[in-house]
Structure formats: C-alpha cells, structure tokens
Design a protein around this ligand. Structure first.
Ligand SMILES: [Zn+2]
Length: 265
C-alpha cells in the first residue's frame, strides 16, 4: 500500500493505482478506506471526474470538503472515495443524478421513436473508453455513439448508468447502420459480451429502470424498446444470444415474476 504523499507519487492526471490496494495504515491498523488520488487537469469538471471514477459529484465534493459548485483548478489534488459497493438490485430505482440528467435534457416531443439496446462485446469498459474509441478510431465527431452506458463492474461499477453527451445535448445516435434510424433512436450500451455471459443482476435492474424512465420521458410505449439485432438494417448478433429480450419485455410489462436476470448458466 502507498505509505505517504511523497512528491514522486503525484503525476498529472493519473490515478495512483497502487493506492487502490486494500491494506493497512502506517500504524498497522486497517486502512479505513482504499482511496485514490487524482490531479486535476485543464478543462476537468467534478462531474466528469466523478463519472470516470464511478463516484457522484456530491460524494466527491463531500470527501474533499468542498462544495459541488466550488471552482476547481489545474493541479489541484482530489481524493477519490471508493466507488460505492454494489447494493441489492433496486427495482425501479435510479440514482438521483441519472434522474436529474434524464429530466434536464430538453426532449422535443416526437424526437425519439426507439430505445435500442446494445452490448459492448467486451468483458470490460467505460463510457470514457468507448467515447475515445468512437471519436479517435471510428472518427465520430460526437464520440460515444450511444446515449447511455451501463457498467458491469469491470471498468465501471456494476449497474452504474453513465449518461453521455448525446443524451444531455439531445444528439442523434451513431449506433445503427442507418442515418434515418440514428436520428430517431436512443442507444443504451451494456458493458459485457452477452454471447458469453448474461448481463449482471445490477445491469439488468439498471437497464429496466433506465428504460422505464426513458419511455416516460420521451412518451413512448414499450414497443419502442428494441435490440440492435431487431432494428438494424444489417444483420448483427448484438446484444448477444444470452441477452433475453423476451424476458426483458415481460418484466417491463410487469408480469415477469421476480425481478433480476435469468439464473447464471
Ligand atoms: Zn449493438
């Protein structure tokens, strides 16, 4: 475990990953909490830093004894609290920040007709990673092709919903092989490879809560929920053969019995 705060440990914009290791404090007593340290870069915002580390702005501010609205400056050191431990899947519950982001966007009536579900096709991932990939490698002007990303505990906290700028700025999606469909389709990407495994319980619960909130916000019916495979003009396996679309729709309708994903294989 990292002992102190020696200058050599500070790198601009780099998490001190070694501090992530659980361990004991200098005195031999258990460390209170694994903690990371982040040095603020130009143009950083608390919300972006929080999003990248799976911590809410409120928790981030509280942990650093500042106010969420306080100015931050380049070179300032922020202590990043441990991401909250996964809790029991909460049916219907969305974090306040996500609800606020969904409500805040200026949704024009009739703007969206579909909400399309994807998997990342990778074992791990983050909004930031996919955003960079789409921006730099796929040359997409607005980066992240989806409007939301749901973590699986590898890269992002399990079940965490990250809100992309395509939602906050109400931009077209970039996730379907048709410009026309992209104009009318919200995209949700679940991290994971669902040909290999099913979504986690947290992801499943978060997806349902997110879908319910989006259907309400955009005044859509359940029929608007599609998988990439169902709607894309070109064949795709996305979101994978282990993603149970029928179960999802049944549970969204409210007659699907106990919440949660199908049992592990
Ligand atoms: Zn897809």
């Amino acid at each position: 475990m990292c002992k102190g705060t020696g200058w050599s440990r500070w790198w601009l914009g780099v998490c001190l990953a070694c501090a992530l290791e659980p361990g004991r404090g200098a005195g031999g007593e258990p460390a209170l909490e694994a903690e990371r340290v982040y040095v603020i870069r130009k143009h950083d915002t608390l919300s972006r830093i929080g999003r990248e580390h799976g911590v809410s702005v409120k928790d981030l501010a509280k942990h650093n004894r500042i106010l969420p609205a306080d100015k931050i400056y380049e070179g300032q050191r922020l202590r990043i609290p441990s991401a909250p431990k996964p809790t029991e899947a909460k049916e219907g519950g969305l974090p306040a920040e996500v609800i606020a982001a969904i409500d805040k966007a200026e949704v024009v009536a009739g703007r969206w007709q579909h909400v399309v579900i994807h998997h990342s096709g990778t074992e791990s991932g983050t909004l930031k990673g996919i955003d960079e990939y789409h921006r730099d490698r796929r040359r997409m002007e607005h980066g992240l092709a989806y409007h939301f990303v749901v973590g699986n505990g590898h890269g992002m906290p399990d079940g965490e919903i990250a809100v992309g700028t395509r939602w906050t700025e109400q931009l077209d999606g970039g996730h379907l092989a048709s410009a026309e469909l992209n104009q009318a389709s919200l995209g949700i990407c679940l991290i994971g490879h669902f040909d290999r495994q099913k979504p986690t319980a947290q992801q499943w619960a978060s997806l349902k809560a997110l879908l319910r909130a989006l259907l309400a916000r955009c005044q859509l019916e359940l029929e608007a929920v599609k998988t990439h495979q169902q709607i894309n003009p070109i064949h795709t396996r996305c979101p994978g053969r282990r993603f149970d679309t029928k179960l999802l729709l049944r549970e969204l309708e409210g007659d699907g019995g106990p919440a949660g994903p199908p049992a592990a294989p």
